[in-house]
Ligand binder design. Structure first.
Ligand SMILES: [Ca+2]
Length: 401
């Protein structure tokens, strides 16, 4: 009996031991895989880090890059590239709105050590002219656009704000001017400075901590428009405040026949200079520019589709079915002459509203997509940055989106 139980015992111990060994082996194997994975993971993270460094150097320095001379030869370019490895990408960014760098082998000694690819897309907003109109310049006063009235007319026409009653559009423009200008003198008949807001808030029993008065300066966030007289309204039951111009929708939610207005945030921003970069602007933004979307003679939308012609002409390739002739005929416009040659239907007055060059002055924004790849593993980062005091600042950062 005793011997029998010793044998059973021994068999038990052996099987437990072998299970343990098997476990160790699996674990050891796993550990090696984890180590390998970690090593590659760290390697691709290094790759994306170097991608960010390259993006920073290109974004901060592209405005100063020399553009290609007409007679530049292949060997001239090679020579220039010895001094500035990214000169072509910088030129591309200066001319247009985007460039792609790479895939580059980061470690030349070790070509199998992975590559990084960097895509840079300009979102506008620099002093030289952005992709959207800078609302902080659209008012009457110091720092205001000399043509702010024409631009507002274009914006309100594009958005579909009713033309009747006639005072309505003027009220919106005057109230915005009062919010933005530094003085406290009411503009026009229906403008509004602090006293108007105090009364309005009193009447609608606004809580003490939610009361406000005009900023009398630049607004940092376009959504602040929702606080400006004329840009918001109380619904009939007084329960709700709506801002159709900031959300899109019925101009008057209580009226079944009310026109639907567009969201003006699609075309307005709070940063950048007074001009619009014609190479970056969307069709909607172009639609409000006199001479492009608005007929300068009568303030009505243009008869001809100049907006469509610009969008078509600035594409990098000819429309479907047409033959590619030469580079000069496609892509971003170099200057006013180039634009006028390629879009002859444009009206001369548009010239003073437009800029052509991209820049990285303060506030210019860029979207980055950086992808590091090594041994089949890839790590990518999507970020939105802006330039301030010769540095990149991150607004958005997303890993492996
Ligand atoms: Ca004011």
């Amino acid at each position: 009996m005793k011997r029998g139980s010793a044998l059973v015992m021994a068999i038990w111990i052996i099987s437990i031991l072998s299970l343990l060994v098997l476990n160790f082996a699996t674990e050891a194997h796993l550990q090696t895989s984890v180590n390998l994975y970690m090593r590659e993971r760290i390697r691709v993270a290094h790759l994306t880090d170097s991608g960010i460094a390259i993006a920073e150097s290109v974004i901060l320095n592209f405005p100063e890059v020399q553009e290609a001379a007409d007679d530049e030869r292949e060997e001239d370019l090679e020579k220039l590239m010895e001094d500035d490895r990214w000169i072509q990408e910088k030129r591309e960014l200066k001319r247009g709105s985007r460039t792609t760098i790479g895939p580059i082998v980061v470690d030349k000694e070790n070509p199998s050590g992975g590559t990084v690819t960097i895509e840079i897309e300009s979102l506008g907003g620099g002093d030289n002219g952005g992709a959207k109109l800078n609302i902080n310049t659209l008012f009457k006063g110091d720092g205001g656009h000399p043509r702010y009235l024409e631009l507002w007319e274009g914006i309100l026409t594009w958005a579909g704000v009713p033309e009747e009653p006639q005072e309505l559009r003027q009220e919106l423009i005057d109230c915005w001017t009062d919010w933005r200008d530094s003085d406290t003198v009411k503009s026009g008949d229906d403008g509004a400075e602090a006293d108007w807001y105090e009364e309005d808030q009193e009447e609608h029993e606004v809580a003490e901590e939610q009361k406000y008065v005009p900023r009398n300066g630049e607004i940092p966030d376009i959504k602040e428009l929702a606080k400006v007289k004329g840009f918001y309204r109380y619904t009939k039951d007084q329960k709700e405040v709506v801002s159709p111009l900031l959300t899109g929708g019925k101009w008057d939610p209580d009226d079944d026949d009310s026109p639907v207005v567009k969201n003006i945030l699609d075309i307005l921003d709070t940063k950048g200079g007074q001009k619009i970069n014609v190479n970056l602007a969307s069709a909607d933004v172009l639609s409000v520019i006199p001479g492009i979307g608005i007929d300068p003679n009568n303030g009505e939308p243009m008869d001809e589709d100049v907006v469509g012609a610009i969008i078509e002409a600035r594409k990098d390739a000819p429309p479907d079915g047409e033959k590619f002739v030469n580079d000069e005929d496609y892509g971003p416009f170099k200057d006013w002459n180039d634009l006028q040659n390629r879009v002859p239907e444009i009206d001369m007055v548009a010239n003073e509203y437009l800029s052509f060059k991209n820049d990285s002055n303060d506030c210019a924004q860029f979207k980055l997509t950086i992808t590091g790849t090594s041994s089949g593993l890839s790590h990518s980062i999507q970020a939105v940055v802006y330039v301030k005091e010769k540095k990149l600042h991150f607004i958005r950062w997303q890993e492996d989106p």
